[in-house]
Design a protein around this ligand. Structure first.
Ligand code: SME
Length: 160
């Protein structure tokens, strides 16, 4: 059963807490869909101004929609397309302060104003998917979030 929690107010403490909470809800799970589903559910709760949290997984030369929380979204993204495809092509996380200013941003929900995309990497550092989060606020995600989320997704390498 999910227990309501009060998240710490500072980012370092928040990410220490979140990392443990994600481990608690997904750490024992061996099924990829089940683990990713609970992972993004926890994230959606942890980020009150996030309107979407979920995964796109590499399949050939596309990213295909995986488990997510939020409104229905585009189900396939080509290599290099949008913010997610840019993270894959550029091999690095993307922190988008204002999606209106990101050329090629793929809009799924008109209430989205900012976005963060963090690659999922296998044991050799190769990208096998991305974590994508959207927010209704401009500038909601920061470089501290990038670093924190990169840490949080590390254990998911077992599902690559
Ligand atoms: N905005 C993303 C598409 C996915 S939705 O945000 C859920 C992008 O530009 O890649």
């Amino acid at each position: 059963m999910y227990t309501e929690v009060a998240y710490p107010n500072t980012k370092p403490a928040f990410y220490d807490f979140l990392e443990h909470q994600l481990e608690e809800y997904t750490g024992d799970e061996t099924d990829r869909v089940a683990a990713l589903a609970n992972f993004c559910s926890v994230l959606k709760i942890a980020f009150p101004k996030a309107n979407w949290a979920g995964f796109y997984l590499v399949s050939g030369d596309e990213l295909v929609l995986g488990p997510f929380q939020g409104r229905p979204a585009v189900s396939r993204i080509a290599y290099g397309a949008g913010v997610c495809g840019a993270a894959w092509r550029e091999d690095r996380a993307q922190v988008v302060e204002d999606v209106e200013c990101f050329a090629g941003h793929i809009a799924c929900d008109c209430s989205t104003h900012s976005e963060i995309v963090v690659p999922l990497r296998d044991g050799d550092g190769r990208i096998w998917g991305v974590l994508d989060m959207d927010s209704v606020l401009t500038g909601y995600f920061t470089d501290e979030d990038r670093a924190g989320l990169e840490r949080c997704v590390k254990p998911l390498a077992r599902f690559a």
